[in-house]
Design a protein around this ligand. Structure first.
Ligand SMILES: [Zn+2]
Length: 411
């Protein structure tokens, strides 16, 4: 059994037109009209592959291939079709389209599995619109947090309103959740979003686990004043404090050369944002990740101490809110072994690597065993219109996935 690589490539090309920006970029915000269009297109391919489709109350697109025994725990695959505001054509898309191609191939070969297979395009994996990601994948597991529906996007639209506009009924979340034990395992194919496979000249990687992100939002408050008159010595400049904290994040994350720790400040909002007013408030987000939880906890403590000291130095008050804190999660050995065997049978040597970015699989890891297949992306570029994985690599990865699925279905 082999997948149809021409069809797969056509699907990538058709999907890239929805929310296209520039020559090769994509902007498909979560719960948007563009995501709806992407869902309709993907659903048509799921239907062609013999699946029944629906959109649940979290805004997830779900395709189901019925098993001979519909009561068995479902074998789940998937990823996401929402994108970064300035994103590429493969992040998330690969995990949905390659899974559809796998199921289409099974159906064409008249394979009806014992257990049901579901492919989900999870809602709002990316997390930039409401400053919190993995919405759909946490939603189906009953893992949403207090106040999540009241989070707003930059236009002041709440998550609740966006879901309603998308056609979801937020009072019916329980009807869309998966009871414990109802998911057999989860498999996600994703582009690597880093340079390791490209540097090693290998098309495929077997993921060993996902390092946990810590997302903080920090607010600093000082005192506004005229930039032309207030003496430097008595200023309470929130943006100067922010600048020192940004440097501190960088220093903390780089203190062990070569370690996989990463830390960044990705957004800043300044108030009142006038060229001749001393910045009174600054709010910014910190993203700190490590595969070593003990080390990440140690760095978090260092970071909080530095923030306190820097705020004191500039006479600022501050608050820190925690948006996300996940532990590193490791892939199931038995699924890794199957993926390795499939790679070997296709004469591929596939290195094992950790994922720095999080994925929907991170949420699913709390409900079932999971595995991930990484596909090489050019120069490791992602979250950027220049993101690129070749049709050849995607086809090879999908064949690895097909073999993996066939083996998992024997269990
Ligand atoms: Zn992704």
């Amino acid at each position: 059994m082999k997948i149809n690589s021409a069809r797969l490539q056509q699907h990538f090309e058709a999907m890239s037109l929805i929310g296209k920006i520039g020559e090769t970029g994509t902007c498909r915000p979560a719960h948007s009209e563009l995501e709806k269009q992407a869902f309709e297109l993907a659903a048509s391919w799921m239907t062609d592959a013999g699946m029944k489709t629906h959109i649940d109350n979290f805004g997830n697109l779900i395709g189901r291939l019925e098993g001979k025994n519909p009561l068995l725990p479902v074998f789940m695959m998937g990823s996401h079709l929402d994108s970064q505001p300035y994103g590429g054509r493969f992040d998330g898309v690969a995990g949905v389209l390659c899974a559809i191609e796998v199921v289409a191939t099974l159906t064409e070969n008249k394979v009806q599995p014992e257990r049901p297979i579901e492919i989900i395009s999870f809602a709002d994996e990316e997390g930039w619109r409401f400053n919190k990601g993995l919405f759909g994948s946490r939603g189906i597991l009953g893992k949403l947090e207090e106040g999540e529906l009241q989070r707003t996007d930059k236009d002041g639209i709440t998550r609740q309103q966006a879901l309603k506009d998308f056609g979801c009924d937020v009072t019916q979340f329980p009807a869309s959740t998966y009871p414990q034990g109802s998911i057999f395992c989860f498999l996600e194919l994703h582009i690597e979003q880093g340079p390791i496979l490209d540097l090693a000249n290998k098309p495929i990687g077997v993921v060993s686990g996902i390092s946990g992100p810590l997302w903080l939002t920090v607010k600093l408050k000082g005192m506004a004043g005229h930039t032309g008159s207030v003496p430097m010595a008595i200023r309470k400049d929130a943006l100067v404090g922010t600048a020192e904290i940004i440097v501190a994040v960088n220093e903390i994350a780089t203190q062990i050369p070569g370690a996989p720790t990463v830390g960044s400040v990705g957004t800043i909002n300044v108030f009142p944002a006038s060229r001749n007013i001393i910045p009174e408030e600054a709010e910014f987000t910190i993203d700190l990740r490590d595969i070593d939880l003990e080390r990440r906890n140690r760095y978090e403590k260092q970071l909080r101490n530095r923030i306190e000291a820097i705020a004191a130095k500039h006479q600022l008050t501050y608050s820190i809110s925690e948006d996300t804190k996940s532990d590193p999660r490791y892939c199931a050995d038995w699924i890794k072994e199957i993926i390795h065997n499939q790679c070997e049978s296709l004469n591929l040597s596939a290195p094992e690597l950790m994922s720095g970015p999080f994925h929907d699989a991170l949420a699913l890891s709390y409900a079932c065993d999971y595995g991930m297949i990484f596909v090489r992306c050019k120069d490791g570029i992602s979250h950027n219109p220049l993101e690129y994985s070749s049709p050849e690599d995607l086809a090879v990865a999908t064949n690895v996935m097909l073999g993996t699925v066939s083996e998992i279905l024997k269990r």
